[in-house]
Design a protein around this ligand. Structure first.
Ligand code: SDX
Length: 390
């Protein structure tokens, strides 16, 4: 009957699939990665350990973790010809547009000996993506600044290395602020995976045709870019800056309720969560902590964000529609405090989500699957003849 899809254990034929990676209970506000609550991973784990968990299904012991980190560090550099590819873009190109191109270009470097049916090849693809995303992302930022690319430093942690490649220059010593590195790593953990969201579903659908995994991840980056999805973190900052002062919040709340106005309260609402996004709670605590450590507890944007959250959580329009802050609501404030430009916010989301995308891709390809073929509800014309007499 209309709109009722039968469950297809195959894959995506009806828009659903089996997965053991992430579990979400939207009504209860629960998010588990391989059974572990996101708040516990954010508190006790780090991004590379979470990558290991998402990819292999279990937390690594000390030896496995050390080996995993060592392998990630073996792949942090990219081919020098990527710099030429980068220089084909305008300096003011949006970094997400560049990332779509650069990651897709990786498929041209590895297509010759990429047998996706070989588990080792799939694992190497995962390592290359986890390792190279920070390098490519920082290249986009440096290019936009007219500064030289900084090569990765394998003596630094994952988050430290990313911030080093973003903000260091060849002219002088650069020490990464540990507060920034910890906050960055926590943001990476909180964005790592989220079940069958739009970009992950895109990666799985693209992958179901047997396409090159780097090209599939590029399709995921494309989907994440939209303001209804990963682009929301950039849009939240723009919205908070547009509100400018707590006295103008009511004006924007009314705009968000006006059906004739396309404006939506960025960072609020979710396709699945009809309760607090558990990531938003951790993000808010991290935001308080980072800004306090930086002596910016009274950051005007944070004050606007907290007042906006309080009003929205009391306003009947939002309460009735179960619209709560989501992962994107506070992340931008933290990234701005670290000195990251808003244009790079979604790039960082894509960097982090790469492990989720490639873990879902690997999960699908490693067991029998069918090419995805979402169904439709045909509402067009019934059959009719072409008018022969003119
Ligand atoms: C992410 O899927 C994932 O898991 C995504 C993600 C991940 O980790 O991969 O969690 C990341 O994308 C988080 C979402 C980030 N996007 C934003 O913050 C953009 C602002 N949010 C809205 O665009 C919206 O909430 C969506 C797109 C997220 C969800 O849209 P839906 O599915 O239409 O929301 P809904 O069905 O729950 O809407 C119910 C009602 C509707 O009004 P009515 O028709 O009932 O009168 O609430 C309204 C919507 O118009 N509504 C909003 C609103 N979000 C929904 N009204 C004002 N402001 C909003 N933000």
């Amino acid at each position: 009957s209309h709109g009722v899809f039968t469950y297809d254990p195959g894959f995506m034929a009806t828009g659903s699939c089996e997965s053991a990676i992430t579990y979400i209970d939207g009504d209860a506000g629960v998010l588990l990665h391989r059974g572990y609550p996101i708040a516990q991973l954010a508190e006790h784990s780090d991004y590379l350990e979470t990558c290991y968990l998402l990819l292999y299904g279990e937390l690594p012991n000390a030896e496995q973790k050390a080996e995993f980190i060592k392998t990630v560090k073996n792949h942090t550099m990219v081919s020098e010809s990527m710099q030429k590819f980068l220089e084909g873009f305008r300096n003011d190109a949006h970094p997400m547009a560049i990332m779509v191109g650069l990651v897709s270009a990786l498929s041209a470097f590895y297509q010759d000996h990429m047998d996706i049916n070989d588990p080792e090849h799939r694992e190497i693809a995962a390592f290359r993506l986890i390792s190279k995303m920070p390098t490519l992302a920082s290249m986009c930022y440096k290019y936009s600044k007219g500064q030289p690319t900084m090569y990765p430093r394998n003596d630094l942690s994952y988050a430290e290395n990313f911030l080093y490649m973003m903000f260091a220059t060849p002219c002088e010593e650069y020490k990464v602020n540990p507060v920034f590195a910890n906050a960055m790593d926590k943001i990476f953990v909180l964005h790592a995976d989220h079940e069958q969201n739009a970009s992950t579903s895109t990666v799985r659908l693209a992958g179901s045709s047997g396409a090159n995994p780097f090209a599939c991840i590029s399709a995921g980056i494309t989907t994440l870019w939209g303001p209804a999805h990963g682009g929301a973190n950039e849009a939240v900052l723009t919205m908070l800056e547009e509100i400018g002062d707590v006295s103008r919040i009511d004006e924007f709340i009314e705009k968000a309720k006006d059906k004739n106005d396309p404006f939506r309260l960025m960072g609020f609402g979710h396709r699945v969560y009809k309760n607090f996004d558990p990531r938003a709670k951790v993000m808010r605590e991290t935001c308080d902590q980072v800004l306090a450590e930086l002596g910016q507890a009274n950051d005007p944007l944070l004050k606007i964000a907290k007042r906006l959250e309080q009003i929205a959580l009391e306003d009947p329009y939002f309460v009735e529609r179960k619209l709560y802050p989501n992962v994107d609501f506070y992340s931008g404030i933290i990234m701005k405090a670290i000195g990251i430009p808003t244009s790079m916010f979604t790039v960082i989301f894509a960097m982090s989500r790469t492990i989720g995308w490639i873990s879902h891709w690997n999960e699908m390809i490693s067991s029998p699957y069918k090419i995805g073929r979402p169904r439709q509800l045909y509402v067009g014309e019934t059959e009719r003849d072409f008018p022969t007499e003119k």
